[in-house]
Design a protein around this ligand. Structure first.
Ligand code: DAH
Length: 341
């Protein structure tokens, strides 16, 4: 038995010394000190020893157990230190490696165009309003004098949330006119930029989501001359001094009279080219004098107050401003395209 104990000790200490992974060390612990381990097996034989032999052998067995336990502890510490060392090596930081340069972005061309538009109007005393994209059809249509049956109310044109077509994704920023009239004291001068949604297929000039900028003025003695003067100034500020505009009669339910404003094509100067589809003019916005019904529905007396309003497509304006040929480029976020502005 003495010899058995000595063998176990020698073998175990050598094994602990050589071990190179925590899992292997654990296996060894079980092999020698576990319930079914070798040392335990020897201790179980103690009963067979004579009363004189037992104390000495017991002491020896305890010494072996202590030696093994100490060796395990030492091996564990060695493994831990080695693991730390390896980690430090793996995670070593070479401070001489050049850093990754952070590529600094810049404003998207469409938002640059919007900033310019905002500046122009804020300079004239307008307030910039923000409004909900999920809107009541009542504000998007009824309060704007577009009654049941108006073509733009059709389910094939607008996105509705409910069967009764009461809540929708706004199809225009014009409901912001109503929100302004309902909440702001007169006189009112506002612009309201934001997203609008229509059931259009995507192509070079259409997208089911696009941006508009709405504008509205309500004051005393406001006339069509104010509308033309202000929008001509907008065109000159955006596209340069001397930009030629024209106003064509049009129809919108919420204005009377209504018009569309075109700017002379920047590419051909009005002669006709592919950019203006041979027309010499490019449509910029819709506008008009606010319909008396719209004022009345907002409890504003059309005998006392008058106003004008406009709505312009922001993508289109940015395309014209930065000479971008395809609307899709604005939304694709291709850095190679965006870097050019
Ligand atoms: N809401 C119109 C559209 O989406 C644009 C518009 C036209 C807005 C005339 C106006 C306006 O405020 O007076 O086509």
């Amino acid at each position: 038995m003495k010899e058995q104990l000595a063998n176990i000790k020698r073998e175990a200490l050598a094994a602990f010394e050589a071990v190179d992974a925590p899992a292997a060390l654990d296996e060894l612990r079980v092999k020698y000190l576990g319930k079914k381990g070798q040392l335990t097996a020897v201790l179980k034989q103690m009963g067979r020893l004579s009363a004189e032999e037992r104390p000495a052998m017991g002491a020896l067995a305890n010494d072996v157990r202590t030696a093994l336990e100490n060796a395990i502890e030492a091996a564990a510490q060695k493994l831990e230190a080695a693991a730390l060392e390896a980690r430090l090596k793996a995670e070593a930081l070479d401070v001489t490696v050049p850093g990754k340069t952070v590529r600094r972005g810049h404003k998207h061309p469409m938002y640059r165009a919007l900033d310019e538009i905002k500046d122009i109007f804020v300079g004239m005393g307008f307030t910039v309003l923000d409004g909900p994209e999920i809107e009541l059809a009542e504000l998007n249509f009824d309060r704007l004098n577009a009654e049941e049956g108006h073509p733009s109310r059709d389910w094939s044109d607008s996105f509705y949330f409910d069967q009764d077509a009461r809540v929708m994704l706004r199809s225009q920023t014009s409901p912001m006119q109503v929100r302004a009239m309902d909440t702001m004291p007169l006189p009112i001068r506002i612009i309201a930029p934001g997203r609008v949604y229509r059931k259009d297929e995507i192509d070079a000039t259409h997208s089911p989501m696009f941006h508009q900028v709405e504008g509205m003025v309500i004051d005393k003695n406001v006339t069509m001359a104010d509308l033309k003067g202000t929008l001509n100034l907008l065109a000159e500020e955006l596209f340069g001094k001397g930009t030629v505009t024209r106003f064509r009669p049009h129809h919108f339910p919420f204005t009377e009279p209504s018009c569309e404003m075109d700017v002379q094509c920047h590419k051909c100067g009005g002669a006709g080219c592919p950019t203006c589809k041979g027309e010499g003019w490019i449509e910029l916005l819709g506008a008009g004098m606010i319909h008396p019904n719209v004022l009345r529905m907002a409890h504003i007396d059309p005998e006392e107050w008058s106003g004008w309003a406009f709505g312009m497509g922001l993508e289109r304006t940015a395309m014209r401003r930065f000479k971008i040929a395809d609307l899709r480029l604005i939304f694709e976020n291709d850095a190679r395209f965006l870097e050019q502005f």
